[in-house]
Design a protein around this ligand. Structure first.
Ligand code: NAD
Ligand code: ZN
Length: 344
């Protein structure tokens, strides 16, 4: 089968031929119907060879939708032909965090060599995908796989972080979204769907600012050195009650620290060179800073329900599997609108 693989550190990804996977006991194989492309893969492909954490070649893609093609022994909860999406942050399945569905925070996965598809295990930018256990799939019925697949990361990651900060998103509060790309434009819709906060969105690109407006942001500014001042003016000096940084670069984490209000939440989701020091004098009293990773399986189920009701919809751009390497180039140069989805 064809697959988009990262083969050598520093080389661009390429389309290769690899064997079709076969399910072992407890596993299943999906015929991939859609696979989303995430900016995190660019971070992975920027890491140096020294200490690179995953075996290469690696089939990329950690947002997967598919039809169940083959079942391993002992798999009874799903049937052949069923349309599903994949919950990606696989854990041990047994510990306290996994037991409440938060496999994204499994403390044992790394030690046990359990890795998400596309982030260590063979990923979804291929014709077929091996899934380790039936608990990792969520049926989507008649929903369009192309429009639904980004919910597994571009939707789930912001849904998780918005839920964590829900107690800061009371009527009259202000939420700031930095970066209105794949994740950020879904975050804006989620904030509008689950809270009454005033939503302020910032981006450096006009195309993304337009997407932020379409996604329901009340105020949209360019992301620059004046933005923090602008937000202070807008909030009568109080600052934000919750900041969601989907860039994570030094410029945006610095901006987040100047935007945080008293007793606020600052969530850094973007993976770049930023940091958010918390100390007396550096940020207002009560500031809580968090870095978050992906989301929980129950949250994915809730999110799919929200999408089925029309409360969130992802802006998608479709590409073929052969286009995969070019999609990463376009993403690097800021030429993707919403989420790129590969349809193999
Ligand atoms: P994307 O490329 O689709 O979107 C990024 C957006 O940020 C674009 O609209 C871009 O114009 C904007 N941007 C860039 N620099 C900016 C700046 N200085 N100020 C404001 N906006 C700026 O990326 P994505 O797929 O949505 O991913 C966003 C980030 O989240 C990436 O760093 C990715 O690695 C990370 N991520 C983290 C998790 C997690 O679990 N923590 C999960 C998925 C993705
Ligand atoms: Zn991702």
């Amino acid at each position: 089968m064809r697959a988009v693989q990262y083969t050598n550190v520093g080389d661009p990804p390429r389309v290769t031929d690899v064997p079709v996977p076969e399910p072992g006991p407890g596993q299943l194989v999906l015929r991939v119907t859609a696979a989303g492309v995430c900016h995190s893969d660019l971070a992975v492909m920027s890491w140096p060879a020294d200490g690179f954490p995953y075996p290469l070649p690696l089939t990329l893609g950690h947002e997967a939708a598919g039809r169940v093609e083959a079942l391993g022994d002992g798999v009874h909860g799903v049937s052949e032909g069923e349309s599903v999406v994949v919950y990606g942050p696989w854990g041990c399945g047994l510990c306290r965090n996994c037991s409440r569905g938060m496999e994204n925070y499994c403390p044992h996965a790394g030690r046990l060599g359990i890795r998400p598809p596309g982030l260590g295990a063979p990923g979804a930018l291929a014709e077929y995908l091996l899934v380790d256990a039936e608990r990792h799939v969520v049926p989507i019925g008649g929903m369009d796989p192309v429009e639904t697949v980004p919910l597994t990361d571009a939707g789930l990651t912001p849904y998780h972080v918005v839920k964590r900060s829900l107690d800061r998103l009371f009527p009259g509060s202000t939420a700031v979204v930095i970066g209105a790309g794949g994740l950020g434009h879904v975050a804006i819709q989620l904030l509008r769907a689950v809270s009454s906060a005033t939503v302020v969105a910032l981006d450096t690109r006009e195309q993304s600012r337009e997407l932020a407006r379409q996604s329901g942001a009340h105020h949209v500014f360019p992301s620059n050195t004046d933005a923090a001042e602008h937000l202070r003016d807008l909030t009568g000096g109080a600052g934000a009650d919750a900041v969601f940084d989907f860039v994570g670069a030094k410029a945006t984490t610095d901006m987040a620290s100047r935007m945080a209000g008293m007793d606020s939440d600052v969530n850094i989701v973007g993976i770049a060179d930023g940091s958010f020091p918390v100390s007396f004098g550096s940020v207002p009293f009560g500031t809580r800073a968090a870095i978050t990773y992906w989301g929980g399986r129950p949250e994915l189920i809730e999110l799919i329900d929200l999408a089925a009701r029309g409360a969130v919809s992802v802006e998608v751009q479709r590409f073929s599997l052969e286009d995969g390497p070019r999609v990463y180039e376009r993403m690097r140069s800021g030429d993707i609108h919403g989420r790129a989805v590969i349809v193999p």
